[in-house]
Design a protein around this ligand. Structure first.
Ligand SMILES: [Zn+2]
Length: 439
């Protein structure tokens, strides 16, 4: 034992490729085929989803529903802003009915088929109703503001509305963890125990207040392992889902926590909003240019008189669906860049490369693990499992002498693929491995 320790300390060598392979090979055969099929199917779903949206807007326009909703709103009130808000009600709810068959397939049936859904249909439907109600409220305000700007500045509304929508977005992001997320899940402080102490210790070391770390009951919806940073300014927080705590080793939880701390410390939410603002300027300009042209061609048939007519709302959303579909690789790449930064921050903060690799393998239950380079650039908003496992192992190779001796070898990873057995509760608060106290 002493000889081995000495040897490892003198000449630490570590084969990044072999170590990565050992992890990646734990997802194989039917489980890997299933994960690939689920994720690749998602590429086409992007297209179908946009087309279903476009079709629903065309139905509203061609059947004259949109014009009727405008007439109704104008009969009820003379106030323009209220008219716009009233218009949003049938637009959102009847729109949801039109796309319901697709949403039920994409959001429930398909998830159930791939074994990712824990909810009954009734439970799922109930949550969709809550989401729809929140959407209707947001949509009413959004349509109210944008149409006020369209009337106020016909030539420059695209610029003003990009700014106004960004402010609205920032406001929603800020209130989301306090007023929106708790509508669907219960958020609680982490249960006391050694893992909590370590996690809050990591948070403290990175100047994140302890009461900004929450656990939420995602297991009622699905078995997905996940965590996130949400909120803005006074409401910013890190939330770990209970699947992560129940299905991961303490090292895996710490690694994920390190990643989320990266988002927190690197101000990724603020950056996301800023980038979204720029994207929005482009989207709004495209709307300003294209919608009047579409109305000039088809407006008479749709009962839409011009770009400031409320009945034109579905025309704007039709164009937004198409633009956002085309912009998917851009938005994915913006998010993916943040994710890689957070990964790298997390590796340094948690110093748990094997825990990180284990979590990357768990995330590959629903994300194709070894995509091609172009495929990853176009369709991945998070790095693929192989990308993450490789970076974790490269980090390990670069920091080998800093790691406890027993963690310097190629670790045979836990097999975490689909339908992996859940770690028994007794193991959840297992005492920390030696590496956890080194900091
Ligand atoms: Zn992330």
């Amino acid at each position: 034992m002493i000889i081995l320790t000495t040897l490892a300390a003198i000449a630490p060598t570590f084969d990044v490729e072999a170590a990565s392979r050992a992890y990646l090979d734990t997802l194989s055969g039917a489980a890997r085929a299933k994960s690939d099929a689920y994720f690749e199917g998602g590429y086409w779903m992007l297209l179908w989803s946009a087309l279903v949206g476009v079709l629903s807007y065309l139905v509203m326009l061609r059947l004259g529903w949109s014009a009727k909703w405008r007439d109704l709103a104008e009969r009820i009130t003379r106030r323009r802003f209220l008219q716009a808000m009233l218009f949003a009600v049938p637009f959102v709810f009847i729109g949801a009915l039109l796309t319901a068959p697709w949403e039920i397939y994409a959001g429930f049936v398909r998830e159930k088929h791939y074994g990712l859904m824990n909810q009954s249909f009734g439970g799922w439907l109930g949550e969709q109703a809550i989401v729809l109600a929140v959407n209707a409220l947001i949509m009413a305000v959004l349509i109210g503001i944008v149409f006020a700007l369209i009337r106020w500045s016909p030539r420059r509304w695209w610029l003003w509305s990009a700014g106004a929508v960004t402010l609205l977005l920032a406001f929603i992001v800020m209130i989301q963890p306090v007023y929106i997320s708790p509508l669907l899940n219960k958020y609680t402080p982490m249960a006391a125990g050694p893992l909590r102490d370590q996690i809050l210790g990591m948070a403290h070391a990175n100047h994140i207040p302890a009461d900004n770390v929450y656990v939420f009951d995602a297991s009622k919806q699905s078995k997905r392992v996940s965590a996130n940073v949400s909120g803005l300014g006074p409401t910013i927080r890190i939330s770990l889902n209970d699947n992560l705590l129940n299905r991961s080793t303490p090292a895996g939880v710490k690694a994920v926590m390190g990643h989320e701390m990266g988002h927190y410390v690197l101000d990724h939410i603020q950056w996301m909003i800023a980038q979204f603002a720029l994207l929005l300027v482009g989207v709004m300009f495209a709307l300003w240019w294209s919608v009047p042209r579409l109305i000039a061609r088809h407006g008479a048939r749709w009962g839409v008189s011009g770009p400031a007519d409320l009945a034109a709302v579905p025309v704007y959303f039709l164009m937004v669906s198409l633009i956002m579909l085309v912009a998917t690789p851009i938005t994915n790449t913006l998010i993916r860049r943040h994710e890689i930064q957070a990964d790298n921050f997390g590796l340094d903060a948690a110093r748990e490369p094997d825990g990180f690799a284990q979590s990357a393998m768990q995330l590959s239950e629903y994300r194709k693990i070894e995509p091609g380079r172009v495929e990853e650039a176009l369709f991945f908003d998070h790095p693929s499992g192989s990308n993450r496992v490789h970076r974790a192992m490269a980090w390990k190779a670069a920091h080998l002498t800093d790691l406890p001796v027993d963690q310097r070898g190629v670790v045979r990873p836990l097999p975490p693929p689909l339908n992996a057995s859940i770690i028994p509760p007794s193991a959840r608060a297992a005492p920390a491995p030696a590496s956890n106290v080194q900091r």
